[in-house]
Write a protein that binds this ligand. Structure first.
Ligand code: AMP
Length: 288
């Protein structure tokens, strides 16, 4: 059964019907694709009740970013979600009818994770972005009180920030991260892919192709890959201005790799015209 709720008061009332059941939450900004659907599917399988939020959170968009043109496709989203309903489990879609359903009028609080990894990578080009993410996730956790919340590895840095938020504020919610769902040619699915023109869509493959090449450098020499990886990283970012960043970090904490590192996250942001794509690969090296 699928129920659509557009008001805060209704969702608060509805949530009280499920006090004795497990509740999974999948926060999204809508314009759903298979990546989002894989998270919803998982929550439906693992919980009695799944709440999917569809909310284009204005606080996570910076000046000059795509808040106004971000695709809002609620009817199509609902049709896509309905295809999952063969799976057991109750489904509630919370699609706030306006921003004030999430942020009361005059709202003037920011949740800001201050860990070093919250200030690198995407944060460098998108100041305030992760504060907007942390603030909305806190609001949604508070309102919906999920037992489990599902996120994609696609936004690995975001996942780490939410993990830290949950730890620091001692929030009673389990976090689960799902693998990246990709298009047939490897491009990570993203609502922003549709902004790409045909030429940019071809060029976009550079991102995943490069991450795979870097993974091969690690796998072909797991004892001693740092120099080769750093050389390649430097050469690429110097010669192609489309790279906003290309980094390899400890996947466990997004800090510099060291002797204790068991898995490496290779992360890239690649800008095509005004569209910024991100992707990452995690490579285990614990056999060293
Ligand atoms: P968004 O609507 O972009 O805020 O994304 C909502 C959730 O879907 C986030 O947890 C994302 O990490 C996740 N997600 C987005 N794209 C993908 C993908 N290609 N594969 C898996 N999860 C994804």
């Amino acid at each position: 059964m699928m129920t659509i709720v557009r008001e805060k008061n209704t969702i608060i009332r509805k949530r009280k019907d499920f006090e004795s059941q497990t509740v999974g939450l999948v926060p999204t900004m809508g314009n759903l694709h298979q990546g989002h659907l894989s998270l919803i599917q998982k929550s439906l399988e693992q919980n009695d009740v799944t709440i999917v939020t569809i909310f284009v959170n204005p606080k996570q968009f910076g000046k000059g970013e795509d808040l106004n043109k971000y695709p809002r496709t609620l009817d199509q989203d609902l049709e896509k979600i309905e295809t999952l309903l063969q799976t057991e489990g109750q489904l509630i879609i919370f699609a706030p009818k306006s921003d004030t359903e999430v942020y009361p009028p005059g709202f003037n609080t920011t949740i800001s994770v201050q860990a070093p990894f919250a200030k690198t990578l995407c944060a460098l080009q998108r100041p305030g972005h992760f504060d907007g993410v942390a603030t909305v996730i806190y609001q949604l956790f508070h309102l919906l009180r999920p037992h489990v919340a599902y996120f994609g590895q696609k936004d690995l840095q975001q996942f780490h920030i939410i993990k830290k938020l949950v730890y620091d504020l001692d929030l009673d919610v389990n976090l689960k991260m799902s693998p990246i769902v990709r298009d047939h040619d490897g491009l990570a699915l993203s609502s922003r892919n549709q902004y790409l023109n045909p030429h940019e869509r071809k060029e976009a493959l550079t991102l995943f192709k490069t991450l795979k090449e870097m993974r091969e450098l690690i796998e072909s020499n797991p004892q001693d890959f740092i120099f080769a990886l750093e050389e390649k990283r430097k050469r690429l970012i110097t010669n192609d201005p489309k790279w906003e960043y290309l980094e390899f970090l400890d996947a466990q904490n997004l800090e510099k790799i060291d002797k204790r590192t068991q898995a490496i996250a290779i992360l890239g942001a690649y800008k095509l015209g005004s569209t910024r794509l991100i992707d990452n690969i995690v490579v285990r090296i614990d056999a060293r």
